[in-house]
Ligand binder design. Structure first.
Ligand SMILES: Cc1ncc(C[n+]2csc(CCOP(=O)(O)OP(=O)(O)O)c2C)c(N)n1
Ligand SMILES: [Mg+2]
Length: 330
């Protein structure tokens, strides 16, 4: 990201802080904290915003949800449902848990890496990457447009910083995570490999080969999360091809399994921290993450209908009324 882009991003955020109409002292404190984060974040390879409190993480998630519905509305296509459901997880991961560097390098030596396997939820991924400093927030406006780096499904040939795999075709992310985890072990790099997968995506057979591989090779540096929203493109997962207990299946395959409410920021932060303590003990770690598809926009919640359609103008207004601007719109 160029210095000019960073400056523009800072201006957008500071304008939003000032516009909030808080007291002068409160506004000054927020600006100082914001600048501190920016400087700290851009200059050091760090556990990015490890000092971010829960309120700031929740505010960030609200802004990311705004970004998601605006992006999908802007091009009248895309996947808001899963994106909204996984927002808290991705915000916690990028703004709290992972040690990562927005001055992106494909190798990620000494860094944590994340692979989005359910690539259709690209709106949340792109928003979190932009808001972490990988590329300008203003670029979110180009989502799914011709010649944009932000294609509907992430792809490496677009050279978008932060994207390490193409993931439109479901079922492949865990295999890549196994490769990266093996490479990290061979290189004595003790950072983690995180991945995210849909529950419907688990119907793809390649996953189960990777699940066996990871356990057999004791890839205990993998923390794979399943977005257990119970929905997929055609309806409830239980009706399309049920999974029964994901926990029991992964346990039977030799994984260590944790469960969490993926729409409770505190639970997400704490469970990710717990997962790190489970790692390194000879078993890969799976987090079964219960989420609500469409979380944060009432008329999108609890149904597969919003898996992959865009809101119209009136629906956008209705959605945005439920998601206050917290960091500044792009
Ligand atoms: C290999 C492959 N098969 C089918 C699809 C079409 N497809 C896109 S999203 C989706 C549903 C996936 O369900 P889930 O992983 O639960 O995602 P959610 O609907 O919860 O976001 C399907 C079948 C695809 N992208 N790739
Ligand atoms: Mg699902």
């Amino acid at each position: 990201m160029s210095r000019k882009d960073r400056l523009e991003d800072c201006v957008i955020t500071m304008k939003s802080i000032v516009d909030k109409g808080s007291s002068e002292t409160e506004t000054a404190v927020k600006i100082i904290l914001f600048l501190f984060r920016k400087i700290f974040h851009y200059n050091y390879l760090c556990t990015s915003y490890y000092f971010m409190d829960l309120k700031t993480l929740k505010d960030t998630a609200t802004q990311v949800r705004r970004d998601i519905v605006r992006m999908v509305h802007g091009c009248q296509s895309g996947h808001p449902g899963g994106s909204l459901g996984c927002t808290d997880f991705l915000v916690a991961l990028y703004f709290h848990t992972m040690k990562h560097n927005p001055s992106f390098s494909m190798d990620a030596k000494g860094e944590d890496v994340f692979f989005l396997s359910n690539g259709h939820i690209s709106p949340v991924f792109y928003s979190v990457l932009a808001r972490s400093g990988y590329f300008p927030v203003s670029e979110l406006a180009s989502f799914r447009k011709l010649n944009s780096r932000l294609q509907g499904h992430p792809a490496t040939h677009e050279h978008l910083p932060g994207v390490r795999i193409a993931s439109g075709s479901l079922g492949q992310g865990l295999s890549v995570a196994c490769g990266a985890a093996t490479a990290k072990k061979l290189n004595n790099d003790n950072r983690f490999v995180y991945s995210l997968h849909g529950d419907g995506e688990l119907q793809e057979g390649q996953n189960w080969e990777a699940i066996m591989f990871a356990a057999h090779h004791k890839l205990d540096n993998i923390i794979a999360t399943i977005d257990y929203n119970g929905q997929q493109i055609d309806g409830p997962v239980s009706k399309v091809m049920g999974l029964d207990s994901i926990k029991e299946k992964f346990t039977a395959f030799g994984w260590d399994v944790l469960e969490m409410d993926g729409n409770d920021m505190e639970a997400v932060v704490n469970t990710l921290a717990l997962a790190q303590t489970h790692a390194g003990k000879g078993k890969p770690v799976c987090i079964v993450m219960k989420t609500e598809m469409g979380k944060g926009v009432d008329f999108m919640e609890g149904t597969h209908e919003w898996h992959g359609i865009a809101p119209n103008d009136a629906q956008l207004a209705q959605a945005l009324a439920q998601l206050p601007e917290t960091l500044g719109d792009y």
